[in-house]
Design a protein around this ligand. Structure first.
Ligand code: NAG
Ligand code: NAG
Ligand code: NAG
Ligand code: NAG
Ligand code: NAG
Length: 948
């Protein structure tokens, strides 16, 4: 164990734990990021003196911690965290009390021999540990009175984590001289500081840290604060670096890096170059660190970091609080997120050099939100993440070119939460998805408030929030409360409305509303109603009438197409229905919720939809409606039709303007439509007509874009071309299939085709779908021969496309024969499982699977006797996705014939029958409408349908 030289350090601090019984609105839905048992809270830390000696060569570390304490209740127990991987030397643990008057200022000291701070050693009765909770409990012989002060000293050793970047970890890499070398790093989020030192590992305990690190003289040690002093070490070749004392911070904010790293410091005099922001001084020593090899690469990121940091200072209206900020590029850093301790952020090397500045800004945001103002408990971190993302987006939009693809924000995220929250069972059982979509929704609530209350109110509200909570903690509710205060002050919300109520109505439920606009053309008014948005059928969600939201009704009409003012004409205050007078003249349309200001779709009466469709068809008209609103109208229309809430005739009318549309953002919704609707109707006659329509829409666009990217085109255009190609190919566009086959033939001619696959992934599906028997069988052979040493995900991709793409039954039969009937040893249960799930993607797939099951029932049943999960998966894939009466008849017949023979899959087939009935109803209602519309369109345009 190493002891630091005994420098007496004295400082005063005011320490307060906020009284806490408050609940955050987002707590209730148990967005539990971490289940952690709380410490008893009868004793609080006041400071840490932390001494760490990592030994990368043998993978261990030793350390000493002295924690200042204040008793908040009388107790003889001290409970803190120590991870089970730490070895604590119980015998050297000491607890001492200081004489004092018990006021709030606490002296921190470490030299217990000092005259100024006479300390009384307490007798320890017993020390116990509790592995599952990571608790380290010291029971004293005598209880200690409330308001007493003292400290505890603990010596320990631990293991440096390999292969994972968490706790205190080590990374091995080959340096410039070709030698093996080590780097030490830390990643303590969210509750892993306890892996490196015993501590009160809860975010609400924010106190100063005095950190010292032992390291070899050939290395640098970096921590949260700048180095204060260097010192001799007992071991030759080693030294101590003592760091300045930090401001109060949570244990997860602690960070340490040791390694042979070099630094480049930002030249502050460059500040004046900034053109897009009012220059705000950067009073901080800003540096990037990396290995010598990588340093030149990351130099460029300094400018980006400086720009983001300045923008953030301006956003929060609070200068970055620490004297320095170090961003370290670590080779082989393993965690999915950078390790953002305060004043010290560890990135993967390529994250620091990545295009754009979103990632860097996102990490910098946490220097304020998280490190400076910290969530009180993990559940409050949920809102922290959503707010951090919103702020990151705000800053990114401010500081980057407006032609980055990033500007899909927030559409990509928005569409995916529309799909998720309108399912019968949102998220299924996946809590990770639940957290993601919950966080995305909260981010969109910030965006909604930004538009409806105004940017000024939201930013000033957030500034208010931050300035009141620096060096302190917050609850989820606090952000909304600050925005409410600011909104009252700015008079953007009246006294009956609070941002907290608004936000709560959106955050607390895993649902979104849909707003229905029914215009009364006679008197110029509109009846507006809200209900739960359900897209997947059946819409049998219980208690639907209880769901109500605070919804801003923002409206533009045809004679006043102003897309810059977003003040709501009315808030629906958790009201089912409101009526708005004088919305527009009877021959003019209205648009509600333009620019997707609130995360909800809007339905209108047919007349309003058709006025919109006609307006969008005119060149002048289209240009008057911003692209995100055009996309919204299209996206809402087809999704509402898909949900059964709007006629497909009207929805298809809304796609017509795409013939003239060239902006990629407006096209984006149509690709999901082609996919979702296409799958839904692919067993019927209508499908060929639908594909013909798709080709008619996409071909002119494709011809205009050309086959290859043009120099200097935007990323959006490139993306659009890629999507157009994929969907044209799927719809059987001949030039595309030819191109795919040509690419594929290179592989077929290769001398040793199993060594690698030279064909781009996008070509593979079209070849397996439309291509020859020979081509498809070549693919199958590649899977069978796939060498074990090649990347297995390439094999998986091939297998998925072999099963999922084909448009003719014999290919599917063949793969089923090989994998199931022949019991071919090259295919695992997982492969078979994958094949089953791929076959649900097209009617050819699941119909062939059904017929196969029907024909070979007995053989297959015996084969899967001992594998009920595979059997259930088979019955599910073979029966659940039919969508027509014909399918219903087939499955019902099987159900009757084999009654009692389904075994474990009994409930599966019953569920299937229920689903098919629902889908059949949909098909009966919608297919004739779709067909009628397509027939008329194709006839009006003199097009004949051809199957490929
Ligand atoms: C690791 O090396 C350090 C420093 O040389 C030494 O003190 C420690 O005992 C070693 N630990 C193990 C487990 O060998
Ligand atoms: C906030 O709202 C304003 C309009 O009030 C808009 O210009 C700005 O882009 C919005 N910012 C974000 C990040 O949504
Ligand atoms: C609109 O609401 C009013 C009452 O608020 C009702 O009388 C009227 O029938 C409604 N109109 C439509 C078209 O639903
Ligand atoms: C589609 O648009 C045409 C032309 O405006 C119109 O006649 C027709 O009624 C619309 N169809 C539906 C179902 O709204
Ligand atoms: C963005 O637009 C600017 C000018 O409009 C242009 O100079 C720049 O090259 C564009 N960037 C990209 C990535 O397209």
């Amino acid at each position: 164990m190493q002891l630091t030289s005994t420098v007496l350090i004295l400082f005063l601090l005011v320490f307060k734990i906020r009284a806490v019984t408050k609940r955050s609105i987002d707590l209730i839905e148990t967005h539990n990021l971490i289940s952690d048992t709380r410490l008893p809270h009868d004793i609080a830390p006041t400071s840490y003196k932390l001494v760490l000696s990592p030994y990368p060569f043998n993978g261990t570390f030793s350390g000493q911690v002295i924690i200042g304490l204040v008793w908040q209740e009388e107790t003889n127990k001290i409970v803190l965290h120590a991870h089970e991987s730490l070895t604590v030397f119980h015998d050297s643990t000491t607890v001492k009390l200081i004489n004092g008057d018990g006021n709030e200022s606490v002296e921190y000291f470490e030299d217990d021999n000092s005259n100024e701070t006479p300390a009384i050693t307490q007798v320890i009765k017993v020390i116990s540990t509790e592995k599952t909770k990571s608790f380290y409990t010291i029971t004293l012989e005598k209880p200690v009175k409330n308001k007493s002060r003292g400290f505890i000293e603990i010596f320990f050793t631990g293991i440096l984590v390999d292969n994972r970047s968490e706790g205190m970890f080590r990374i091995s890499y080959v340096d410039n001289d070709g030698l093996d070398n080590w780097i030490i790093g830390t990643n303590f989020r969210p509750n892993r500081a306890r892996m490196a030192f015993p501590c009160f590992d809860e975010p609400a305990y924010k106190v100063p840290f005095n950190i010292s690190v032992a390291h070899h003289k050939s290395t640098n040690a970096i921590s949260n604060m700048p180095p204060l002093a260097m010192d001799e070490h007992d071991d030759p070749g080693w030294m101590w670096t003592h760091f300045s004392i930090t401001p109060p911070m949570s244990t997860f904010s602690v960070g340490v890096v040791v390694g042979s790293l070099k630094r480049i410091i930002y030249n502050i005099s460059k500040t004046d170059d900034l053109v897009f922001l009012t220059p705000s001084p950067l009073d901080v020593s800003l540096g990037v660190w990396g290995t010598i090899q990588y340093l030149p690469e990351i130099e460029k990121s300094l400018e980006k970091i400086a720009t983001s940091l300045r923008a953030l200072q301006e956003f929060w209206s609070l200068p970055y609080p620490l004297p320095k900020l170090d961003c370290v590029a670590l080779p082989y850093y393993h965690s999915s997120r950078p390790s953002d301790s305060w004043g010290l952020i560890m990135f993967k090397e390529n994250e620091l050099t990545a295009k754009g500045s979103w990632q860097i800004t996102h990490e910098l945001v946490y220097q304020w939100l998280g490190n400076w103002a910290s969530p009180y408990w993990w559940t409050d971190a949920h809102i922290n993440n959503a707010l951090a993302r919103y702020v990151t987006t705000y800053i990114t939009l401010k500081i980057t070119d407006h032609n980055e693809t990033f500007h899909n924000w927030p559409m990509t995220m928005l569409y995916s939460i529309y799909y998720e929250f309108s399912k019968r069972y949102p998220h299924g059982k996946a809590t990770a998805i639940k957290q993601d979509s919950g966080s995305a929704k909260t981010e969109l609530v910030f965006r909604m408030l930004n538009y409806t209350l105004g940017e000024h109110t939201v930013i000033h509200g957030l500034q208010r929030f931050m300035s009141e909570r620096q060096y302190s903690t917050f609850f989820g509710d606090d952000t909304w409360a600050s925005i409410t205060d600011q909104a009252r002050f700015d008079k953007t919300l009246d006294d009956t409305i609070s941002a907290t109520d608004i936000a709560a109505s959106w955050i607390l439920k895993d649902r979104l509303p849909v707003v229905d606009v029914e215009r009364n053309y006679g008197d110029g008014s509109a009846n507006i109603t809200q209900k739960v948005y359900l897209r997947e059928r059946p819409h049998d969600v219980p208690d639907q009438e209880k769901f109500l939201w605070w919804i801003p009704i923002v409206m533009v009409n045809q004679s006043n197409l102003d897309f810059t003012k977003f003040t709501p004409v009315k808030w629906m205050k958790r009201e089912r229905e409101v009526r708005i007078e004088n919305v527009a003249k009877s021959d003019e349309f209205i648009i509600v919720n333009p620019e997707e200001i609130g995360p909800f779709p809007v339905n209108y009466d047919c007349k309003n939809w058709n006025m919109l469709a006609r307006f969008l068809l005119t060149n002048d008209g289209r240009k008057k409606i911003p692209v995100n609103t055009r996309a919204k109208l299209l996206h809402d229309a087809w999704n509402l039709a898909y949900a059964g809430d709007l006629s497909f005739g009207t929805a298809l009318n809304m796609t017509l303007f795409l013939q003239h549309e060239r902006e990629h953002l407006a096209w984006y919704p149509i690709f999901t439509m082609i996919d979702h609707i296409g799958r839904h109707i692919d067993s019927s006659e209508v499908h060929a007509k639908f594909q013909t329509y798709v080709r008619l829409l996409l071909t002119p666009l494709y011809e205009e874009l050309g086959n290859e990217p043009v120099d200097g085109e935007s990323e959006g255009t490139t993306q659009l071309r890629e999507s157009v190609k994929v969907f044209l190919c799927q719809a059987g566009y001949k030039p595309c299939i030819k191109e795919a086959q040509e690419a594929f033939h290179k592989w077929m001619k290769a001398e040793s085709p199993d060594e690698g696959n030279p064909v781009q992934n996008r070509y593979i599906c079209p070849v397996f779908k439309w291509g020859t028997k020979q081509e498809w069988e070549f693919g199958l052979q590649r899977v069978i021969n796939f060498p074990a040493e090649r990347k297995q995900n390439e094999r998986t991709y091939l297998l998925k496309t072999l099963a999922g793409c084909p448009a003719d039954p014999w290919k599917v039969e063949k793969i089923l024969n090989v994998t199931i009937m022949e019991n071919n040893g090259n295919f695992t249960d997982n492969d078979i499982y994958l094949i089953f799930s791929m076959l649900t993607g097209s009617s050819n797939g699941y119909t062939t699977l059904f017929n196969f099951l029907n024909t070979y029932w007995d053989t297959i049943k015996t084969r899967f006797e001992t594998k009920p999960q595979l059997w259930n998966a088979l019955i599910n894939s073979a029966t659940s996705v039919f969508k027509t009466q014909e399918g219903l008849d087939m499955v019902s017949k099987l159900y009757v014939e084999k009654q009692g023979d389904f075994g474990t899959a009994d409930f599966v087939i019953e569920k299937s029958l229920k689903n098919i009935k629902e889908e059949t109803k949909w098909s009966d209602e919608n297919l004739p409408v779709i067909e009628l519309w397509l027939d008329k369109y194709l006839k009006d345009n003199n097009v004949t349908v051809d199957a490929s």
